[in-house]
Design a binder for this molecule. Structure first.
Ligand code: DX5
Ligand code: ZN
Length: 220
């Protein structure tokens, strides 16, 4: 058994066959659904919104891990909860009052996550680390699937684990962007707990098997 979690990113699914894609994740050894919400402002793309997420939640048999790539996310926390979120992750760069936002997420009964863009140092989380359930380290610039993994992420994983050590040992470290069978083992070795995988799962010839392989290499 392992504590490492695999979270396929629905952004890479075929939206015209969404029900089949959800069933694939349900039947696979995946742990969570990763749901990417974009606003065209915080990131230069728009994915889908809460009505689509709610439709996904109706069929999903695993928790929804929601990654809000939107400015001023406080406006949508209730919507996000109502649409079925278990984990709500906001961007550090999009929150003026991050501590307040994390409290609001907890008051809704959700796990609270903070995502860091590739340029944002983990040290900026020092004074709020005890209030976070999950940190999502972006290993690509957010907005699009299928981009190349940024190697510096390994260093950030180690730095983050050291920052949380003794203060928040239950912290989950999630890595999002460019994750595949090629780097999964090294990521968990560095200290990652949750691997988000979009194109490496949904574009695979056999997506269920791709999830199985990610699970296998992180269980060794
Ligand atoms: C990017 C999203 C990711 C994306 C990952 O902005 O946050 O979750 O779906 O896709 P891949 O795994 O293809 O890099
Ligand atoms: Zn994401």
């Amino acid at each position: 058994t392992t504590k490492h979690l695999i979270a396929p990113s629905v952004l890479a699914a075929d939206f015209a066959r969404l029900h089949d894609e959800i069933q694939m994740v349900n039947e696979s050894v995946a742990d969570w659904f990763h749901i990417d919400i974009m606003d065209g402002l915080f990131v230069p793309n728009i994915s889908f919104g809460f009505p689509v997420m709610q439709a996904i939640a109706k069929h999903a048999q695993k928790p929804l891990d929601v990654h809000l790539m939107i400015v001023d996310p406080d406006r949508y926390l209730q919507h996000c909860k109502d649409a079925g979120a278990a984990v709500i992750t906001v961007h550090y760069e999009a929150c003026t009052h991050l501590h307040r936002t994390l409290s609001a997420i907890h008051e809704l009964g959700c796990k609270a996550g903070v995502a860091l863009n590739p340029h944002t140092p983990v040290s900026l989380l020092k004074d709020v680390i005890r209030d976070i359930d999950l940190v999502c380290l972006m290993s690509v610039n957010p907005g699009f699937g299928g981009q190349q993994f940024i190697e510096h992420t390994y260093t950030k994983i180690s730095e983050l684990r050291a920052l949380a050590s003794g203060v928040n040992d239950a912290l989950l470290i999630e890595v999002d962007g460019g994750v595949s069978i090629r780097n999964a083992a090294q990521l968990v070795e560095a200290g990652a707990d949750v691997l988000v995988a979009g194109s490496s799962v949904f574009a695979a010839e056999n997506p269920t098997e791709a999830v199985r392989q990610l699970k296998d290499v992180t269980s060794r």
